[in-house]
Design a protein around this ligand. Structure first.
Ligand SMILES: [Zn+2]
Ligand SMILES: [Zn+2]
Length: 218
């Protein structure tokens, strides 16, 4: 798989161009004032140099909270979409070549983020899902992926009356949680951070803390 990865600078450059194109497209739309203002600031920055475009991509990927480029919130959303498109060939070859049973780590094998969601169904292994690059991977069925706590007394399941296809798997040791899809169909659709943000609000009401990487600040 490593041979199929473009050199890092080549990859940042390609993602940087898609990022600029994405923001240019956005500016053509009828936007709420605040978004339009962010998009203009971001456009000036990205348009100024290739170096800025590459720095923007690298900043988003690093998850760094400091030295943020301008319009950082909008940048994160647009940059991940550009990164996903640049990585699409790698993701496809990863999906074909990966050996699930050899990874089994808590973080995303593609981009290194901590999981946003999980999928369990009958006696199949648990799958974790990345909220950034959307990759899925296998993980042990029991245990918190954030602190690796496996003590059953500290792990609980919150069922959700309004959402019978989901539950929250909560950890008493680190107060983290995983939005867990327990249905069978349309896995890609349901394993989406965006469509399940209301579950994060519910988790917060239950004094749980989001540990998984997120593109959305709620
Ligand atoms: Zn990922
Ligand atoms: Zn934990």
């Amino acid at each position: 798989m490593l041979e199929s990865l473009p050199a890092e600078s080549e990859y940042s450059a390609a993602a940087g161009e898609l990022l600029l194109a994405g923001n240019s497209e956005l500016l053509k739309r009828d936007l709420p004032e605040a978004v339009a203002a962010s998009a203009k600031v971001l456009q000036d920055y990205l348009h100024a140099s290739q170096e800025n475009r590459m720095l923007a991509i690298e900043w988003v990927e690093s998850g760094d909270l400091e030295d943020a480029p301008p319009a950082a919130g909008l940048l994160r959303l647009l940059a991940w979409s550009a990164i996903r498109r640049t990585m699409a060939p790698v993701l496809t070859s990863y999906a074909e070549m990966r050996k699930d049973e050899e990874w089994l780590r808590a973080y995303c094998p593609v981009c290194g983020s901590l999981p946003a969601l999980a999928h369990v169904h009958h006696d199949q292994p648990r799958a974790l899902a990345c909220g950034c690059c959307l990759a899925n991977w296998q993980y042990q069925r029991i245990g918190c992926p954030f602190c690796e706590n496996e003590d059953q007394n500290q792990l609980s399941v919150l069922t959700i009356e309004q959402e019978p296809l989901f539950r929250l798997d909560a950890c008493g040791a680190c107060h983290g949680y995983l939005k867990t899809y327990i249905g069978e169909r349309d896995t890609q659709l349901y394993l989406s951070d965006w469509s399940t943000l209301h579950l994060d609000l519910l988790a917060r009401e239950n004094k749980l803390e989001r540990k998984g990487a997120s593109l959305y600040e709620i």
